[in-house]
Structures are given as structure tokens and as C-alpha cells.
Design a protein around this ligand. Structure first.
Ligand SMILES: Cc1ncc(COP(=O)(O)O)c(C=O)c1O
Length: 347
């Protein structure tokens, strides 16, 4: 497959297949959107207040934060800025430890870069030595996700420092922190010492704003400047900048959701143990579960019962694996009941 295939548009069941916040955004976001005036919608959106609010939340300087239309836009812009070959110049390389967020693969191809995949270890521990061995003179980007999608496994910050120290000049380490709120660790406090690292964040996951599309890139202004040039002017809407400010003001909503995610993961681990399914402890809001030869039956059986979970079998190192979102506890309990029903009914 040479381009990203969006999952089918399923909105009439329980969506545990795209790592979204199934409880939705803070009610304060809805109130703020309802207060938007016609003139605000008539004008191009101001970014300064939202950028300042995001920077405060992340503990970063406003000049190091660039808002994007979802983190997806940031990843595409970074790929274009760093991997696009110049006329008759060399093809630049992107190193991706697998299994990884598949967008890295597709955006590398769109930008004209060459993908260098690092194969996973059996337990998904971070393959630092193999990543270092893959870095060469033409490496322009190392794509990391911390904690990783689809495994949920965290990368030690020390490993990121080591990789940054081995990058060739003009190369960047991209640390995708889409799930950082659930892990409670970030590379952002270290960015001042690592100008060749760019961190990506999203408000789609912990803050439940996926439908509004807002994320950001954080990094040294000189490093991020090249990426900014590849981002369309005003790609973030007035709805998104309004929503993110309101979401950041409702800390209770965020904390409540983080508590539910932690409880949901514990419940799902317990269910996997009862059902004899291998799983990996996750630092994110989903769990990768190995159902082996029961994968297809489980995904299809859950689908028939209105619960959507994601077959990740074709991802490197993930044969027989399913990724299951663990958000609102009530939703997790429903998913577990369906898993038990399907697996216990199977021959
Ligand atoms: C690792 C990772 N990065 C980025 C994204 C996309 O985030 P956004 O919704 O902000 O585009 C996702 C979404 O699933 C993701 O898993």
C-alpha cells in the first residue's frame, strides 16, 4: 500500500479503534464555541493567545511553539521541509523504528525521502543500537513516538538524547508525543539543550479535540522555522484556536479522563489475563493485545456487536495483534464483555 487508507467511517458504534477520547471534549469547549461571533468567523483567526496558552501548558517559550491543523499537518510539513530532495541532489533518509505510526512511512514517500525501517525487538523494547546503526550521512529525520503507537511502550528519554547526539548536521529527531499526557513524561524540558529535536503534540487525544484538528510543533525557533514555511497560512481555524484555549482551562476534565484511562488499562489487562491473551503494558490510552489466530474472529465479532477495535496484524512485529482504545471506563467494560462473549463462544 503506497498511501494511507483511512479507516472506514464508522460512527454508529463504540469507537475504540482510533485512540480518540470517546468521552469527548470538555463542556467548556462547547460553551466557548457557542460564544463565537459572526465577525470572528468572518475574519482570519488570531493565533497569539492560543499559542501563548499552549506554550504555558507545555512549559515552553511561545516562540518555540507552532500551531498546526492536527499533528498530522506538522508531520507532513516536517517531512517536506527536511526530506524533500533538491534538484539532482541526494535522496534523504528517514529512520523509523517499527512498529510505528504509519503516517511517517507515507509522509516520507510524499516528501520524496527514502524510508529506513528498524525492525522491532520481540518485546518491543526500544532498539537504540539498531536505530544508531541506521543513522548515516543522508539521514535527515529520525521519527520516534513516545509512548509508541501501536505498542504503548515508552522510549527512555536517555535514548532520545543519545540519538540526537549522533544525528548528522541538518538532521532532526522528531519526537511525536501524541500520547504524552497519559505517560506523564515529555522531552520538552530538554529542548533548550537539543536544538536538533522537534517535539509534536496533539489535542486530539487527551483533550478530545480530534474533530477540530489542532496540534503543535515545539522546538528551537531556527529548527522549526524551516518547517513553518511548509505549513499553509491560517491552517488552524478560529474554532480550533478557541477550543484549545477553553480545553486548557479545564484541568479537571483532563485529570478525570487520565484517571479513567489508567483504570481502563488495569481492567483490560485483567481481562486479557483471564482470556489467555498476551498484552503489552501501555503508557498511552490504548493497549496492544495479541490474540494470535483468534484475531480475525475477535475483530469481526466485536464489529458485529458495534465495538470497533483495530487489527494491527500487518504492522511489523505485530502478527496477531489488535489495538484497543482504553478511555472511558464504561466503554472499556463494554468492550471487555464483548471480547469475553466472542472468545468464549468461539470453538
Ligand atoms: C503517533 C501519532 N501522531 C499523530 C497523530 C495524529 O494526531 P492529530 O489528530 O493531531 O493529527 C496520531 C493519531 O492517531 C498518532 O497516533
Amino acid at each position: 500500500m503506497s498511501h494511507y487508507q483511512k479507516p472506514p467511517e464508522l460512527y454508529d458504534g463504540l469507537r475504540l479503534h482510533q485512540n480518540e477520547n470517546t468521552g469527548g471534549c470538555s463542556p467548556k469547549v462547547i460553551e466557548a464555541l457557542a460564544r463565537l461571533r459572526a465577525d470572528q468567523i468572518g475574519f482570519y483567526p488570531p493565533y497569539a493567545d492560543a499559542t501563548a496558552a499552549v506554550a504555558r501548558y507545555l512549559g515552553a517559550a511561545p516562540e518555540s511553539v507552532t500551531l498546526t491543523n492536527g499533528l498530522d499537518e506538522g508531520i507532513m510539513a516536517l517531512s517536506v521541509a527536511y526530506l524533500r530532495p533538491s534538484v539532482a541532489g541526494p535522496v534523504f533518509e528517514a529512520v523509523v523504528p517499527e512498529p510505528a505510526f504509519e503516517i511517517f512511512r507515507f509522509d516520507t514517500a510524499v516528501a520524496g525521502g527514502h524510508l529506513v525501517q528498524v525492525l522491532p525487538t520481540p518485546d518491543f523494547a526500544f532498539p537504540l543500537d539498531d536505530v544508531l546503526a541506521a543513522i548515516r550521512g543522508r539521514t535527515r529525520v529520525v521519527f520516534l513516538t513516545n509512548p509508541n503507537n501501536p505498542t504503548g511502550v515508552a522510549i527512555p528519554l536517555d535514548a532520545i538524547r543519545t540519538i540526537a547526539g549522533q544525528m548528522p548536521a541538518n538532521g532532526v529527531v522528531f519526537v511525536d508525543e501524541a500520547y504524552a499526557e497519559f505517560a506523564g513524561q515529555s522531552f520538552i524540558p530538554q529542548l533548550a539543550s537539543f536544538p536538533n529535536v522537534v517535539v509534536g503534540r496533539t489535542f486530539s487525544k487527551a483533550f478530545g479535540l480530534a474533530g477540530l484538528r489542532i496540534g503543535c510543533l515545539v522546538g528551537a525557533p531556527d529548527t522549526v522555522d524551516a518547517i513553518r514555511r511548509a505549513i499553509p497560512v491560517y491552517s488552524v481555524s478560529i474554532a480550533a484556536v478557541t477550543a484549545v484555549r477553553a480545553a486548557l482551562e479545564d484541568r479537571d476534565h483532563l485529570d478525570g479522563y487520565l484517571r479513567q484511562v489508567a483504570e481502563s488499562k488495569t481492567l483490560l489487562y485483567g481481562a486479557c489475563e483471564r482470556l489467555g491473551l498476551k498484552y503489552w503494558k501501555s503508557s498511552a490510552n490504548f493497549v496492544l493485545v495479541c490474540a494470535g489466530d483468534r484475531t480475525e474472529a475477535l475483530v469481526k465479532g466485536a464489529f458485529a456487536r458495534g465495538v470497533y477495535i483495530r487489527d494491527r496484524s500487518t504492522e511489523p512485529g505485530c502478527a496477531g495483534c489488535i489495538r484497543i482504545g482504553t478511555g472511558v471506563v464504561e466503554h472499556t467494560k463494554r468492550c471487555i464483555a464483548v471480547m469475553e462473549e466472542v472468545l468464549c463462544a468461539a470453538p
